[in-house]
Design a binder for this molecule. Sequence first.
Ligand SMILES: Cc1ncc(COP(=O)(O)O)c(C=O)c1O
Length: 443
Amino acid sequence: MKNDYLSNGSPMNGLSRRDFVKYLVAGSALSASTLTRLNASIYQSITSLNKKYIRDESPDGVYWDSIQQHFLFQDGVIMMNNGTVGPMPKPVFNTLMKTFKVQVTNPFDVYNYIPRKREQVRRGLAEFIHASPEEVVMTRNTTEGINFMVNGLEMKGGDEVLLSTMEHPGGIHPWRLKEKRFGIKIVEVPIGLPPKSIDEFVGSFEKAITQRTRIISISHTVFISGLISPIKELCRMAHDKEVLVLADGAHAIGMLNLNMKSLGVDFYMTSPYKWMGAPCGIGVLYIKKEMQDRIWPTIASSGWDTHTDARKFETLGQRADALMVALGETVDFQNHIGRTRIEKRIKALAGYLKQELKAIPGVKLHTSEDPYISGGLTVFSCKDVDPARIVDYVRHKYNIVVRTIGSKKKGTYGVRVSTPIYVTYRHIDMLLEGIKTLVRHKA
Ligand SMILES: Cc1ncc(COP(=O)(O)O)c(C=O)c1O
Protein backbone atom coordinates (compact mmCIF):
# COMPACT_ATOMS: atom_id res chain seq x y z
CA MET A 1 0.00 0.00 0.00
CA LYS A 2 1.31 3.45 -0.82
CA ASN A 3 1.07 6.11 1.83
CA ASP A 4 -0.40 9.61 1.85
CA TYR A 5 2.97 11.19 2.38
CA LEU A 6 4.30 9.77 -0.84
CA SER A 7 1.19 10.22 -2.92
CA ASN A 8 1.22 13.89 -1.81
CA GLY A 9 4.37 14.14 -3.88
CA SER A 10 6.82 14.77 -1.08
CA PRO A 11 10.28 15.75 -2.30
CA MET A 12 11.98 13.30 0.11
CA ASN A 13 12.76 10.85 -2.57
CA GLY A 14 13.91 12.93 -5.48
CA LEU A 15 13.64 10.00 -7.88
CA SER A 16 10.47 8.28 -9.03
CA ARG A 17 10.76 4.62 -10.02
CA ARG A 18 10.92 5.70 -13.67
CA ASP A 19 13.61 8.31 -12.96
CA PHE A 20 15.51 5.76 -10.95
CA VAL A 21 15.54 3.24 -13.78
CA LYS A 22 16.50 6.03 -16.20
CA TYR A 23 19.36 6.95 -13.91
CA LEU A 24 20.62 3.39 -13.87
CA VAL A 25 20.44 3.11 -17.63
CA ALA A 26 22.01 6.53 -18.13
CA GLY A 27 24.78 5.69 -15.65
CA SER A 28 25.85 2.74 -17.75
CA ALA A 29 25.42 4.54 -21.09
CA LEU A 30 27.18 7.83 -20.33
CA SER A 31 30.80 8.36 -21.26
CA ALA A 32 33.49 8.25 -18.59
CA SER A 33 34.12 11.99 -18.91
CA THR A 34 30.41 12.81 -18.52
CA LEU A 35 30.26 10.69 -15.35
CA THR A 36 33.31 12.54 -14.01
CA ARG A 37 31.64 15.87 -14.79
CA LEU A 38 28.43 14.76 -13.05
CA ASN A 39 30.39 13.95 -9.91
CA ALA A 40 32.23 17.26 -10.03
CA SER A 41 28.94 19.16 -10.15
CA ILE A 42 27.60 17.22 -7.15
CA TYR A 43 30.75 18.00 -5.18
CA GLN A 44 30.55 21.64 -6.19
CA SER A 45 27.02 21.82 -4.82
CA ILE A 46 28.10 20.23 -1.51
CA THR A 47 31.08 22.57 -1.22
CA SER A 48 28.93 25.64 -1.72
CA LEU A 49 26.46 24.38 0.89
CA ASN A 50 29.34 23.84 3.32
CA LYS A 51 30.37 27.46 2.82
CA LYS A 52 26.84 28.59 3.57
CA TYR A 53 26.43 26.41 6.66
CA ILE A 54 29.95 26.66 7.97
CA ARG A 55 28.91 27.61 11.50
CA ASP A 56 26.22 25.03 11.95
CA GLU A 57 27.36 21.45 11.79
CA SER A 58 23.95 19.87 11.95
CA PRO A 59 21.34 22.12 10.35
CA ASP A 60 18.06 20.55 9.37
CA GLY A 61 16.26 21.67 6.22
CA VAL A 62 18.14 22.89 3.17
CA TYR A 63 21.53 21.32 3.91
CA TRP A 64 20.46 17.74 4.59
CA ASP A 65 17.53 17.79 2.16
CA SER A 66 20.06 18.64 -0.50
CA ILE A 67 22.45 15.86 0.58
CA GLN A 68 19.55 13.42 0.45
CA GLN A 69 19.00 14.26 -3.21
CA HIS A 70 22.44 12.81 -3.99
CA PHE A 71 21.36 9.30 -2.94
CA LEU A 72 19.69 6.72 -5.13
CA PHE A 73 16.44 5.68 -3.52
CA GLN A 74 13.62 3.80 -5.09
CA ASP A 75 10.09 5.15 -4.90
CA GLY A 76 10.33 7.12 -1.70
CA VAL A 77 11.57 4.36 0.56
CA ILE A 78 12.70 5.87 3.86
CA MET A 79 15.71 3.74 4.74
CA MET A 80 16.04 3.57 8.49
CA ASN A 81 17.74 0.20 8.44
CA ASN A 82 21.41 0.19 7.54
CA GLY A 83 21.86 -3.46 8.38
CA THR A 84 23.17 -5.75 5.63
CA VAL A 85 23.49 -2.95 3.02
CA GLY A 86 22.58 0.72 2.83
CA PRO A 87 21.94 2.98 -0.17
CA MET A 88 24.56 4.46 -2.47
CA PRO A 89 25.17 8.11 -3.37
CA LYS A 90 25.14 8.97 -7.08
CA PRO A 91 28.87 9.83 -7.39
CA VAL A 92 29.75 6.35 -6.11
CA PHE A 93 27.40 4.70 -8.57
CA ASN A 94 28.85 6.84 -11.39
CA THR A 95 32.38 5.78 -10.52
CA LEU A 96 31.34 2.15 -10.26
CA MET A 97 29.90 2.31 -13.79
CA LYS A 98 32.90 4.22 -15.08
CA THR A 99 35.35 1.66 -13.72
CA PHE A 100 33.40 -1.35 -14.95
CA LYS A 101 33.51 0.37 -18.31
CA VAL A 102 37.31 0.59 -18.24
CA GLN A 103 37.42 -3.12 -17.54
CA VAL A 104 34.89 -3.92 -20.26
CA THR A 105 36.27 -1.71 -23.00
CA ASN A 106 39.99 -1.99 -22.30
CA PRO A 107 40.75 -4.93 -20.01
CA PHE A 108 44.45 -4.40 -20.59
CA ASP A 109 44.21 -1.12 -18.68
CA VAL A 110 43.73 -3.18 -15.54
CA TYR A 111 47.52 -3.65 -15.50
CA ASN A 112 48.42 0.00 -15.14
CA TYR A 113 45.30 1.76 -13.92
CA ILE A 114 44.17 -0.56 -11.11
CA PRO A 115 47.40 -1.01 -9.06
CA ARG A 116 47.90 2.77 -8.96
CA LYS A 117 44.28 3.32 -8.04
CA ARG A 118 44.44 0.63 -5.33
CA GLU A 119 47.25 2.46 -3.53
CA GLN A 120 45.49 5.79 -3.89
CA VAL A 121 42.30 4.32 -2.38
CA ARG A 122 44.32 2.72 0.42
CA ARG A 123 45.90 6.09 1.27
CA GLY A 124 42.48 7.78 1.28
CA LEU A 125 41.04 5.07 3.51
CA ALA A 126 43.97 5.22 5.90
CA GLU A 127 43.57 8.97 6.27
CA PHE A 128 39.81 8.47 6.72
CA ILE A 129 40.22 6.11 9.70
CA HIS A 130 43.38 7.73 11.09
CA ALA A 131 45.71 4.84 10.35
CA SER A 132 48.73 4.45 8.08
CA PRO A 133 48.32 2.95 4.58
CA GLU A 134 50.56 0.08 5.70
CA GLU A 135 47.86 -0.92 8.21
CA VAL A 136 44.91 -1.05 5.83
CA VAL A 137 43.69 -4.17 4.01
CA MET A 138 40.81 -4.17 1.52
CA THR A 139 38.79 -7.28 2.20
CA ARG A 140 35.36 -8.29 0.96
CA ASN A 141 33.51 -7.67 4.23
CA THR A 142 33.71 -7.60 8.02
CA THR A 143 33.16 -11.36 8.30
CA GLU A 144 36.19 -11.99 6.12
CA GLY A 145 38.29 -9.56 8.16
CA ILE A 146 37.38 -11.34 11.41
CA ASN A 147 38.12 -14.75 9.88
CA PHE A 148 41.50 -13.54 8.63
CA MET A 149 42.51 -12.42 12.12
CA VAL A 150 41.09 -15.41 14.00
CA ASN A 151 42.63 -17.94 11.62
CA GLY A 152 45.92 -16.11 11.53
CA LEU A 153 46.48 -15.79 15.27
CA GLU A 154 48.33 -18.74 16.76
CA MET A 155 46.62 -20.07 19.87
CA LYS A 156 47.11 -23.29 21.81
CA GLY A 157 44.50 -25.61 23.28
CA GLY A 158 43.19 -24.06 26.50
CA ASP A 159 44.01 -20.46 25.47
CA GLU A 160 41.01 -18.22 26.05
CA VAL A 161 39.13 -15.62 24.03
CA LEU A 162 36.55 -13.33 25.63
CA LEU A 163 33.47 -12.48 23.55
CA SER A 164 30.47 -10.43 24.63
CA THR A 165 27.04 -12.06 24.83
CA MET A 166 25.85 -9.86 21.93
CA GLU A 167 28.19 -10.79 19.09
CA HIS A 168 27.09 -11.15 15.49
CA PRO A 169 27.37 -14.68 13.98
CA GLY A 170 30.28 -13.34 11.90
CA GLY A 171 32.08 -12.58 15.18
CA ILE A 172 31.22 -15.88 16.89
CA HIS A 173 31.69 -18.64 14.31
CA PRO A 174 35.33 -18.03 13.41
CA TRP A 175 36.05 -18.63 17.11
CA ARG A 176 33.78 -21.71 17.24
CA LEU A 177 35.76 -23.16 14.34
CA LYS A 178 39.01 -22.49 16.17
CA GLU A 179 37.54 -23.99 19.33
CA LYS A 180 36.66 -27.19 17.48
CA ARG A 181 39.91 -27.37 15.58
CA PHE A 182 42.45 -26.34 18.22
CA GLY A 183 40.64 -26.69 21.54
CA ILE A 184 40.73 -23.02 22.50
CA LYS A 185 38.17 -21.87 25.06
CA ILE A 186 35.46 -19.25 24.40
CA VAL A 187 34.23 -17.28 27.41
CA GLU A 188 31.16 -15.06 27.00
CA VAL A 189 30.98 -11.88 29.06
CA PRO A 190 27.49 -10.38 29.62
CA ILE A 191 27.03 -6.72 28.66
CA GLY A 192 24.09 -4.59 29.82
CA LEU A 193 21.09 -3.52 27.76
CA PRO A 194 22.47 -0.86 27.93
CA PRO A 195 25.53 -0.96 30.24
CA LYS A 196 25.17 1.58 33.05
CA SER A 197 28.65 2.99 32.59
CA ILE A 198 32.00 2.56 30.89
CA ASP A 199 33.42 1.25 34.16
CA GLU A 200 30.74 -1.42 34.37
CA PHE A 201 31.50 -2.52 30.81
CA VAL A 202 35.29 -2.56 31.15
CA GLY A 203 35.05 -4.06 34.66
CA SER A 204 33.07 -7.09 33.40
CA PHE A 205 35.83 -7.96 30.94
CA GLU A 206 38.56 -7.27 33.46
CA LYS A 207 36.98 -9.73 35.91
CA ALA A 208 36.81 -12.42 33.21
CA ILE A 209 40.53 -12.22 32.31
CA THR A 210 42.63 -15.18 33.47
CA GLN A 211 46.22 -16.33 32.94
CA ARG A 212 45.04 -18.04 29.72
CA THR A 213 43.21 -15.06 28.17
CA ARG A 214 44.86 -14.05 24.90
CA ILE A 215 42.35 -11.78 23.24
CA ILE A 216 39.05 -9.93 23.66
CA SER A 217 36.95 -10.08 20.49
CA ILE A 218 33.89 -7.86 20.59
CA SER A 219 31.71 -5.55 18.54
CA HIS A 220 32.43 -1.85 18.47
CA THR A 221 28.95 -1.34 17.01
CA VAL A 222 26.72 -3.88 18.78
CA PHE A 223 24.09 -4.90 16.24
CA ILE A 224 21.56 -6.12 18.85
CA SER A 225 21.55 -3.10 21.15
CA GLY A 226 23.09 -0.16 19.28
CA LEU A 227 25.85 0.13 21.90
CA ILE A 228 29.11 1.74 20.81
CA SER A 229 31.51 -0.22 22.98
CA PRO A 230 34.12 1.91 24.79
CA ILE A 231 36.99 0.33 22.88
CA LYS A 232 39.58 2.90 23.92
CA GLU A 233 39.05 2.23 27.62
CA LEU A 234 38.82 -1.52 27.05
CA CYS A 235 42.12 -1.52 25.15
CA ARG A 236 43.87 0.37 27.93
CA MET A 237 42.75 -2.19 30.50
CA ALA A 238 43.43 -5.21 28.25
CA HIS A 239 46.83 -4.06 27.02
CA ASP A 240 47.97 -3.54 30.61
CA LYS A 241 47.38 -7.26 31.03
CA GLU A 242 48.95 -8.14 27.67
CA VAL A 243 45.60 -9.16 26.21
CA LEU A 244 44.88 -8.24 22.57
CA VAL A 245 41.67 -6.55 21.37
CA LEU A 246 39.78 -7.23 18.14
CA ALA A 247 36.88 -4.84 17.49
CA ASP A 248 34.14 -5.61 14.97
CA GLY A 249 32.91 -2.27 13.69
CA ALA A 250 30.70 -3.59 10.89
CA HIS A 251 28.38 -0.57 11.12
CA ALA A 252 30.97 2.01 12.11
CA ILE A 253 32.56 3.43 8.97
CA GLY A 254 30.38 6.26 7.68
CA MET A 255 28.56 6.44 11.02
CA LEU A 256 31.40 7.38 13.36
CA ASN A 257 34.47 9.47 12.77
CA LEU A 258 36.80 6.52 13.25
CA ASN A 259 40.25 6.98 14.69
CA MET A 260 42.31 3.82 14.95
CA LYS A 261 45.18 5.61 16.67
CA SER A 262 42.98 6.93 19.41
CA LEU A 263 41.03 3.67 19.86
CA GLY A 264 44.36 1.87 20.27
CA VAL A 265 42.82 -1.35 19.01
CA ASP A 266 44.90 -4.21 17.55
CA PHE A 267 42.48 -5.42 14.84
CA TYR A 268 39.45 -3.63 13.43
CA MET A 269 37.08 -4.52 10.62
CA THR A 270 34.19 -2.65 9.03
CA SER A 271 31.72 -2.86 6.10
CA PRO A 272 31.54 0.41 4.13
CA TYR A 273 28.34 -0.58 2.29
CA LYS A 274 26.15 -0.24 5.38
CA TRP A 275 26.46 3.44 6.40
CA MET A 276 29.02 4.83 4.00
CA GLY A 277 27.45 4.15 0.60
CA ALA A 278 30.07 1.84 -0.94
CA PRO A 279 29.03 -1.06 -3.16
CA CYS A 280 28.49 -4.36 -1.41
CA GLY A 281 31.51 -6.68 -1.65
CA ILE A 282 34.33 -4.47 -0.40
CA GLY A 283 35.37 -4.28 3.25
CA VAL A 284 38.09 -2.69 5.34
CA LEU A 285 40.44 -4.38 7.79
CA TYR A 286 42.88 -2.50 10.01
CA ILE A 287 45.83 -4.36 11.52
CA LYS A 288 48.05 -2.38 13.85
CA LYS A 289 51.61 -2.33 12.52
CA GLU A 290 53.09 -3.99 15.62
CA MET A 291 50.64 -6.89 15.29
CA GLN A 292 51.29 -7.81 11.67
CA ASP A 293 54.10 -10.28 12.36
CA ARG A 294 51.88 -12.18 14.75
CA ILE A 295 49.18 -12.99 12.17
CA TRP A 296 49.49 -15.61 9.41
CA PRO A 297 47.77 -14.74 6.13
CA THR A 298 44.82 -17.02 5.39
CA ILE A 299 45.01 -16.58 1.61
CA ALA A 300 48.39 -16.94 -0.02
CA SER A 301 49.51 -15.93 -3.46
CA SER A 302 52.52 -13.97 -4.61
CA GLY A 303 53.42 -11.47 -1.93
CA TRP A 304 52.20 -13.17 1.24
CA ASP A 305 55.81 -13.78 2.33
CA THR A 306 57.49 -10.73 0.81
CA HIS A 307 55.21 -7.82 1.68
CA THR A 308 56.26 -6.36 4.98
CA ASP A 309 52.95 -4.72 5.81
CA ALA A 310 49.18 -5.19 5.61
CA ARG A 311 49.40 -5.84 1.87
CA LYS A 312 50.44 -9.42 2.67
CA PHE A 313 46.82 -10.06 3.69
CA GLU A 314 45.55 -8.93 0.29
CA THR A 315 46.98 -11.49 -2.15
CA LEU A 316 43.59 -12.79 -3.19
CA GLY A 317 44.15 -12.82 -6.97
CA GLN A 318 41.88 -10.98 -9.41
CA ARG A 319 39.03 -9.13 -7.79
CA ALA A 320 36.09 -6.91 -8.68
CA ASP A 321 38.32 -3.84 -8.84
CA ALA A 322 35.45 -1.51 -9.68
CA LEU A 323 34.22 -2.02 -6.11
CA MET A 324 37.56 -0.88 -4.75
CA VAL A 325 37.61 2.23 -6.95
CA ALA A 326 34.02 3.03 -5.95
CA LEU A 327 35.05 2.72 -2.30
CA GLY A 328 37.58 5.46 -2.98
CA GLU A 329 34.76 7.61 -4.33
CA THR A 330 32.75 6.90 -1.18
CA VAL A 331 35.62 8.29 0.88
CA ASP A 332 35.60 11.43 -1.31
CA PHE A 333 31.85 11.82 -0.96
CA GLN A 334 32.02 11.56 2.82
CA ASN A 335 35.00 13.91 3.01
CA HIS A 336 33.13 16.53 1.02
CA ILE A 337 30.42 16.58 3.67
CA GLY A 338 32.86 16.15 6.55
CA ARG A 339 33.33 13.29 9.01
CA THR A 340 32.62 15.36 12.11
CA ARG A 341 29.51 16.86 10.56
CA ILE A 342 28.26 13.39 9.62
CA GLU A 343 28.76 11.88 13.07
CA LYS A 344 27.16 14.89 14.72
CA ARG A 345 24.13 14.76 12.45
CA ILE A 346 23.63 11.01 12.97
CA LYS A 347 23.91 11.38 16.75
CA ALA A 348 21.64 14.44 16.82
CA LEU A 349 18.92 12.49 14.98
CA ALA A 350 19.39 9.46 17.27
CA GLY A 351 19.31 11.73 20.34
CA TYR A 352 16.00 13.24 19.24
CA LEU A 353 14.54 9.80 18.52
CA LYS A 354 15.55 8.48 21.96
CA GLN A 355 14.24 11.56 23.76
CA GLU A 356 10.83 11.19 22.08
CA LEU A 357 10.68 7.39 22.44
CA LYS A 358 11.32 7.70 26.18
CA ALA A 359 8.22 9.84 26.54
CA ILE A 360 5.95 7.13 25.07
CA PRO A 361 4.34 5.04 27.84
CA GLY A 362 5.68 1.47 27.98
CA VAL A 363 8.72 2.10 25.78
CA LYS A 364 12.05 0.70 26.96
CA LEU A 365 15.26 1.93 25.34
CA HIS A 366 17.83 -0.81 24.79
CA THR A 367 20.38 1.80 23.67
CA SER A 368 22.18 4.21 25.96
CA GLU A 369 21.29 7.91 25.80
CA ASP A 370 24.94 8.76 26.29
CA PRO A 371 26.33 9.76 22.86
CA TYR A 372 29.76 8.45 23.87
CA ILE A 373 28.47 4.87 23.96
CA SER A 374 25.77 5.13 21.31
CA GLY A 375 25.61 6.16 17.66
CA GLY A 376 23.16 5.84 14.81
CA LEU A 377 21.55 2.55 15.85
CA THR A 378 18.67 2.88 18.32
CA VAL A 379 16.88 -0.17 19.69
CA PHE A 380 13.70 -0.15 21.77
CA SER A 381 10.78 -2.33 22.80
CA CYS A 382 7.19 -1.47 23.83
CA LYS A 383 5.40 -3.22 26.69
CA ASP A 384 2.22 -4.10 24.81
CA VAL A 385 3.25 -4.00 21.17
CA ASP A 386 5.09 -6.72 19.26
CA PRO A 387 8.21 -5.29 17.55
CA ALA A 388 7.25 -7.11 14.32
CA ARG A 389 3.92 -5.24 14.34
CA ILE A 390 5.74 -1.90 14.50
CA VAL A 391 8.04 -2.88 11.63
CA ASP A 392 5.09 -3.92 9.41
CA TYR A 393 2.92 -0.97 10.33
CA VAL A 394 5.43 1.80 9.60
CA ARG A 395 6.43 0.11 6.35
CA HIS A 396 2.86 0.01 5.10
CA LYS A 397 1.77 3.37 6.42
CA TYR A 398 4.87 5.50 5.74
CA ASN A 399 7.20 3.34 3.62
CA ILE A 400 9.71 3.48 6.50
CA VAL A 401 12.11 0.54 6.67
CA VAL A 402 13.14 -0.54 10.18
CA ARG A 403 13.77 -4.04 11.48
CA THR A 404 13.29 -6.36 14.44
CA ILE A 405 16.42 -7.48 16.23
CA GLY A 406 17.49 -9.64 19.16
CA SER A 407 15.92 -12.62 20.83
CA LYS A 408 12.76 -13.04 22.91
CA LYS A 409 14.43 -15.75 24.99
CA LYS A 410 17.37 -13.51 25.90
CA GLY A 411 15.18 -10.44 26.55
CA THR A 412 16.86 -8.44 23.77
CA TYR A 413 14.00 -8.50 21.24
CA GLY A 414 13.14 -5.06 19.92
CA VAL A 415 12.88 -2.68 16.96
CA ARG A 416 16.12 -1.31 15.51
CA VAL A 417 16.14 2.10 13.84
CA SER A 418 19.04 3.67 11.94
CA THR A 419 19.35 7.44 11.63
CA PRO A 420 21.76 8.00 8.73
CA ILE A 421 22.43 11.35 7.07
CA TYR A 422 19.65 11.04 4.50
CA VAL A 423 16.99 10.76 7.21
CA THR A 424 15.34 13.93 8.51
CA TYR A 425 13.49 14.93 11.69
CA ARG A 426 10.26 14.74 9.65
CA HIS A 427 10.87 11.05 9.02
CA ILE A 428 11.52 10.42 12.70
CA ASP A 429 8.28 12.22 13.57
CA MET A 430 6.41 9.94 11.15
CA LEU A 431 7.94 6.88 12.76
CA LEU A 432 7.04 8.18 16.24
CA GLU A 433 3.48 8.87 15.12
CA GLY A 434 3.19 5.23 13.95
CA ILE A 435 4.54 3.88 17.24
CA LYS A 436 2.21 6.11 19.27
CA THR A 437 -0.79 4.94 17.26
CA LEU A 438 0.06 1.29 17.96
CA VAL A 439 0.73 1.96 21.65
CA ARG A 440 -2.63 3.78 21.97
CA HIS A 441 -4.45 0.81 20.48
CA LYS A 442 -2.17 -1.76 22.21
CA ALA A 443 -1.93 -3.33 18.77
C1 LIG B 1 28.40 -6.40 14.43
C2 LIG B 1 28.39 -7.07 13.10
N1 LIG B 1 29.40 -7.87 12.76
C3 LIG B 1 29.47 -8.50 11.56
C4 LIG B 1 28.49 -8.32 10.63
C5 LIG B 1 28.61 -8.99 9.30
O1 LIG B 1 28.86 -8.03 8.34
P1 LIG B 1 29.23 -8.44 6.83
O2 LIG B 1 28.09 -9.26 6.34
O3 LIG B 1 29.32 -7.13 6.16
O4 LIG B 1 30.48 -9.20 6.88
C6 LIG B 1 27.40 -7.48 10.93
C7 LIG B 1 26.33 -7.28 9.96
O5 LIG B 1 25.45 -6.50 10.11
C8 LIG B 1 27.35 -6.85 12.19
O6 LIG B 1 26.35 -6.03 12.53
